[in-house]
Design a protein around this ligand. Structure first.
Ligand SMILES: Cc1cc2nc3c(=O)[nH]c(=O)nc-3n(C[C@H](O)[C@H](O)[C@H](O)COP(=O)(O)OP(=O)(O)OC[C@H]3O[C@@H](n4cnc5c(N)ncnc54)[C@H](O)[C@@H]3O)c2cc1C
Ligand code: FES
Length: 282
């Protein structure tokens, strides 16, 4: 159940030249959040309330025992730059946990996690949850350069095999993370474990792809998985205004189980959607 809380900042630090991690005391959200869910944060905190609209961030870590929630972010604009100036002890208004997270069933045996840029964030708690369920996980991290890569330590501690790709070759494989996925997954026969029924994650064949990142990366992944009959869940990072399913500002086109294409709200029907259902050309 989502709520609206004051979260006191415990830690807010740059973990690379490009990426920050903020950890806040938010016991209710820490206890309730599932991998793939997000929070809406008021990042201004000043009297001018600028920027006014809250900003969405994936939960990148939740510790129910400590009562803390973490987000990883890149300072790209007014809101995230204001966020980067917050210090331990400051408080922010945070609503969550919101949206539909990743899902899987007991038939899932193997998972490939694919993260592009800050899209790596929601894969960190997902990796922990999957490996805790005894699922074999390979994680593929992509960024423009080495400073944009993060999370390999968390993923490896969770027991995942981790692979990295950068556009400029400054970290890991030089090229797109989707190319790296294809090379490794084809060599290891990962796609042979596809469920066959692309709407089911794990029930039959035991394999699935879970991804978050920029839309072009997600689109390529859904095409790769579609050809190989592999289930693919994608967490979308559309721009959002209300985050509550009211404004339709985050809507994308998606086909339902009945095949009819409708407008799906990323904030409420997602952010995690079945990749096979998304209609990229509207
Ligand atoms: C469900 C969801 C989860 C997200 N999780 C994360 C996360 O974990 N970490 C993170 O850093 N970011 C995440 N984002 C994106 C984040 O919300 C935006 O980066 C943030 O709102 C930018 O706010 P700003 O005020 O700094 O930028 P603005 O001043 O509003 O914009 C600055 C620049 O960023 C671009 N931009 C703004 N929002 C987005 C967006 N959603 N996608 C792509 N470009 C955008 C603008 O077009 C502009 O070029 C997520 C978005 C969604 C919808
Ligand atoms: S952001 Fe308003 S409906 Fe999704």
């Amino acid at each position: 159940m989502a709520g609206d809380y004051w979260g006191k900042v415990r830690e807010n630090a740059a973990i690379s030249r490009e990426i920050y991690r903020m950890t806040l005391d938010l016991p209710e959200i820490a206890a309730a959040a599932r991998p793939g869910q997000f929070v809406m944060m008021t990042v201004s905190g000043d009297e001018a309330q600028d920027p006014f609209l809250r900003r969405p961030f994936s939960v990148s870590g939740m510790d129910a025992a400590a009562g803390t929630v973490s987000v990883h972010y890149r300072a790209v604009g007014r809101g995230t730059r204001a966020m980067a100036r917050k210090a331990p002890g400051d408080s922010l208004r945070v609503m969550g946990p919101l949206g539909r997270g990743f899902w899987w069933d007991r038939g899932l045996r193997r998972a490939a996690l694919v993260g592009g840029g800050v899209g790596i964030a929601p894969l960190l708690p997902l990796a922990r949850a999957l490996t805790a369920d005894g699922i074999q996980v390979g994680a593929f991290l992509g960024a423009q350069n080495k400073a944009g890569l993060f999370g390999a330590d968390v993923l490896e501690a969770a027991g995942c095999r981790t692979y990295a790709a950068t556009d400029d070759g400054s970290g890991g494989y030089k090229g797109l993370v989707t190319e790296l996925l294809l090379k490794v997954a084809d060599a290891q026969g990962f796609f042979d474990s596809g469920a066959g029924d692309v709407s089911v994650c794990g029930s039959q064949g035991g394999g699935s792809v879970f991804a978050c990142g920029p839309a072009p990366m997600l689109r390529v992944l859904t095409e790769i998985c579609g050809v190989r009959r592999m289930p693919c869940q994608i967490s979308m990072e559309e721009r959002m205004a209300c985050g509550l399913g009211v404004c339709m500002g985050c809507a994308v086109s998606a086909a339902g189980a009945d095949g009819v294409v409708r407008r799906a709200r990323v904030c409420g029907d997602g952010p995690v959607l079945d990749g096979a259902e998304v209609r990229w050309d509207g």
